[in-house]
Design a protein around this ligand. Structure first.
Ligand code: HEM
Length: 489
């Protein structure tokens, strides 16, 4: 890479000098999003580091990232062949595999359309506007009851442990038409251990870049392989049940609709991109996996922020009381009337930046950015955390302040400010679950804030230090929740 001939008119990428064998691993440290932000101050928005012997190009700065992912979207839309990715969905993941562009495009389109169809489908009960709303409202109300019961029994609760089951039930309902009890061991087995997944696939894991490390015993890697296997076993059982009971005239959920697509395709001789049935039906693994971990992480962080900022929690409750009232469950249609809640969510996304990097990208051909040459097949890290904490974009970026997103009179969310937050990626690889993700975070929060008040344990205060991974978690903790008194209601 360092000896690569640079085409005329382009420059060689700047970056720190690598050490032999390990490259710049030591400089990356345990918080790569911060160390790479610090490096961007020295080297600019586009620079190169080396992890082991493999070069990686890091992109920072809103304009530079927008240019790469939108204007030059095709050039930056690949995925690198990283060691850990081969264990995800048996190497056939839509989000992590190195599928050829044509195959990835067909799968992405199918995934997007299946998600949209089943989210917007009319609910079973006329009182709900759609299937998604029905699932979230029911799970949200059940979560309130569950938290109340756990509080009565144990006097405290672990937010991630409780929230993840409710969120998993929403996506499970859409993917498999099924819900699970909060104590179901089969589900808890992997949803409650998703940090073991994120720790390994977070950008910059040395084992992905230094082959010798793959042969050394690693408890983290063992746990990662194990959680992937448990996840696959869980999904395969459900998929097999669907094949056995599939009825073309009654497509029950996303799995049925993907099976149906394979059946229809067998009749379509003209299709020019060959995608195996396994890769089509396997899309459901990605939707289920991406659909529970991200949203539960967002919600769990939100609850910890509510506890850390009680005056914000009270203002959110007051907004719900004024705009929705306390006699009915909030709905998706209430969202435009709850600007402070929307501002709070945007600030949780920005401040926590719990997805500090996108999934790593890879160049699909020789290209250039800001005048620097980047060869084909170069691994690219996109630093979302840097964009969300850039002092050029944000006033006092380290303070938690939802008001930064509100208009001067506090009655509206400033759309342009909201769009500056980067948490779903951008361009060709942008998250396909964004609409569902935003709706779910909003509606679950509206339901629990309306009914409950959250507190820290006596003598404790919440720890907002993130633990690094693909999705960064807060430290596991115990909190208290009390039902709001009737008089308050
Ligand atoms: C990809 C964020 C919810 C499905 C991504 C990426 C990010 C992201 C950062 C990577 C973009 C890139 O590589 O450039 C989030 C956040 C969520 C969320 C913050 C919730 C708050 C969901 C949900 C689903 C989903 C609910 C599906 C049910 C996917 C898929 C990809 C993806 C399939 C891979 C797309 C591709 O590689 O083409 N998401 N996501 N996500 N997300 Fe999400």
């Amino acid at each position: 890479f360092f000896r690569t001939k640079i085409p005329e008119g382009l420059r060689r990428l700047p970056g720190p000098k690598p050490l032999p064998i390990i490259g710049n691993v030591l400089e990356l440290g345990s918080k790569p999003y911060q160390s790479l932000t610090a490096m961007s101050k020295r080297y600019g928005d586009v620079f190169q580091i080396q992890i082991g012997t493999r070069p990686v190009v890091v992109l920072c700065g809103s304009e530079t990232v927008r240019h790469a992912l939108i204007k030059q979207g095709d050039d930056f839309s690949g995925r690198p062949d990283l060691y850990s990715f081969q264990f995800i969905n048996e190497g056939k993941s839509l989000a992590f595999s190195t599928d050829q562009a044509g195959v990835w495009r067909v799968r992405r389109k199918l995934a997007y359309s299946a998600l949209r169809t089943f989210a917007t489908l009319k609910g079973k009960t006329p009182e709900y506007s759609c299937f998604l709303e029905e699932h979230i409202c029911k799970e949200g109300e059940y979560l309130v009851t569950q938290l109340n019961n756990v509080m009565k029994a144990d006097g405290s609760f672990d937010p991630f442990r409780q929230i993840v089951v409710s969120v998993a039930n929403v996506i499970c309902g859409m993917c498999f038409g099924k819900r699970y009890d909060h104590n179901d061991q089969e589900l808890l087995n992997f949803v409650n251990a998703s940090d073991e997944f994120g720790q390994v696939v977070g950008s910059g894991n040395p084992a992905d870049f230094i082959p010798i490390l793959q042969y050394l015993p690693s408890p983290t890697m063992k746990a990662f392989i194990n959680i992937n296997a448990r996840f696959m076993m869980f999904v395969k059982k459900l998929v097999n049940e669907h094949y056995a009971t599939y009825d073309k005239e009654n497509l029950r959920d996303i799995t049925d609709s993907l099976i149906d697509h394979c059946e229809d395709r067998k009749l379509d001789e003209n299709s020019n991109v060959q995608v195996s049935d396994e890769k089509v039906v396997g899309i459901v693994n990605d939707l289920f996996g991406a659909g529970f971990d991200t949203i539960s992480t967002a919600l769990s962080w939100s609850v910890v922020y509510l506890v850390a900022y009680p005056e914000i929690q009270e203002r959110l409750h007051q907004e719900l009381k004024d705009k929705v009232g306390l006699g009915r469950t909030p709905r998706l249609s209430d969202k435009p009337n709850l600007p402070y809640l929307e501002a709070f969510i945007l600030e949780v996304f920005r401040h926590s930046s719990f997805l500090p990097f996108t999934i790593p990208h890879c160049t699909t051909k020789d290209t250039s950015l800001n005048g620097y040459f980047i060869p084909k097949d170069t691994c690219i890290f996109i630093n979302q955390w840097q964009i969300n904490h850039d002092p050029e974009l944000w006033k006092d970026p380290s303070s938690f302040n939802p008001d930064r997103f509100l208009s001067a009179d506090g009655t509206e969310v400033n759309k342009a400010e909201g769009e500056k937050v980067m948490i779903f990626g951008m361009g060709k690889r942008r998250c396909i679950g964004e609409v569902i993700g935003r709706s779910e975070v909003y509606l679950f929060l509206a339901i629990i804030i309306q009914k409950l008040r959250f507190h820290a344990m006596p003598g404790e205060s919440p720890d907002l230090t993130p633990e690094y991974g693909l999705t960064m978690k807060h430290k596991r903790c115990h909190l208290r929740a009390t039902m709001r008194a009737r008089t308050e209601q």
